[in-house]
Design a binder for this molecule. Structure first.
Ligand code: PLP
Length: 336
């Protein structure tokens, strides 16, 4: 067998200097490459494979769906699995979340959430709102909108001329930013004041939304919000009529021990993005969970969300995600 380093590849790999090993098998927490080397997939890829590899119930659900129907365009059809998955997600979502918009990953979910926020304000007659506030040292994905709200300088720098103007405030990062003698609670309040001041500077009537990872992930380690921070941020947003978008692509769908990380602070966002653990890596899938008021504004206004992709609500992706979520619930994995 050819060794990976000797392979002549036409795949545009992440690194153009090395070709990674060829993965041939996955079972439970193990991955195996073509040379027979076994690896413990301890992080589940990028915090994705929450049930491990080769889970029989998920595979069976995907096989059933493929045999029945793999794909039908969402301009013309819905599918039973998409409906069931949305029911499942809304049933287990924070209060007021009424609909799930299905996309193919985290960045697409963030893009959709940003556009939903913009269209929401157009529908309710506030077209001057066009500015996002986000946090430094955050990661929301690599598409242009998601990269623009993201606060990782290394990822943003070379594409900066292509990005929309976004205001970035401090992350909730007590390890670095807590001042001597300051309590975590006082620090959280200080950050909320910083957000308030940023909104005042931009002009409250111009701000669409504040977007943040509930628990900072990909570019910041694990940044858990200090007590009271999220509640204070929610209050600042409410005071200015600014939407709160929580990005739970990495920290959501059970990763922190509750299905959604924001449950632990008793904070409900207007829009929430999920992916990764939603489909557990069995299929590419992400979603935006939206509050009823967002959906109502569109349904009683223009009647549609001006967005879309070819693979929205892909039937096999929905079948995989539904099975993953049913296993998590049936087997009590969050409690365990
Ligand atoms: C918080 C957060 N948002 C968005 C994304 C982007 O998701 P994807 O890589 O599926 O596009 C990530 C990926 O790591 C993430 O951690």
């Amino acid at each position: 067998m050819q060794r990976p380093s000797e392979m002549n590849t036409h795949v545009f790999h992440r690194s153009l200097l090395t070709t990674p090993p060829v993965a041939v098998r996955g079972q439970g927490l193990w991955l195996e490459d073509a040379a027979g080397q076994r690896y413990i997939d301890a992080s589940g890829g990028a915090a994705v494979s929450c049930l491990g590899h080769g889970h029989p119930d998920v595979l069976a659900a995907m096989h059933r769906q493929i045999d029945q129907l793999a794909y039908a365009h969402t301009s013309f059809f819905t599918t039973e699995v998409a409906e069931q998955l949305a029911d499942q997600l809304v049933r287990t979502a924070p209060a007021g979340m009424s609909h799930a918009y299905f996309v193919s990953g985290g960045s697409e979910a963030v893009e959709a959430a940003l556009k939903m926020a913009r269209q929401y304000y157009l529908e309710i007659g506030q077209p001057e709102r066009s500015h996002f506030i986000a946090r430094r040292q955050s990661y929301h994905g690599n598409t242009l909108g998601a990269l623009a709200v993201g606060g990782n300088e290394w990822r943003r720098r070379q594409f900066a001329p292509l990005l929309i103007d976004v205001t970035h405030v401090s992350p909730c990062y007590p390890y670095r930013d807590l001042q001597p003698g300051e309590t975590p609670e006082a620090y959280g309040q200080r950050l909320a004041r910083e957000l308030d001041e940023a909104i005042q500077r931009v002009g409250p009537a111009k701000v669409l939304a504040f977007i943040a990872e509930t628990v900072g992930g990909a570019t910041a380690g694990v940044l858990v919000p200090v007590p009271g921070y999220l509640k204070a941020v929610r209050e600042v947003c409410d005071r200015h009529g600014v939407l709160l978008i929580l990005d739970e692509v990495m920290c959501g769908m059970g990763r922190t021990g509750t299905l959604h990380a924001c449950e632990q602070d008793g904070v409900v966002p207007d829009l929430m993005t999920i992916a990764k653990g939603l489909g557990g890596g069995y299929q590419p899938i992400g979603a935006v969970l939206a509050q009823q008021k967002i959906v109502d504004a569109m349904s009683s206004g223009s009647g549609f969300f001006q967005h879309g992709h070819t693979y929205l609500g892909h039937a096999v992706a929905c079948a995989a995600a539904l099975a993953v979520q049913q296993v998590i619930e049936r087997d009590g994995l969050l409690q365990k």
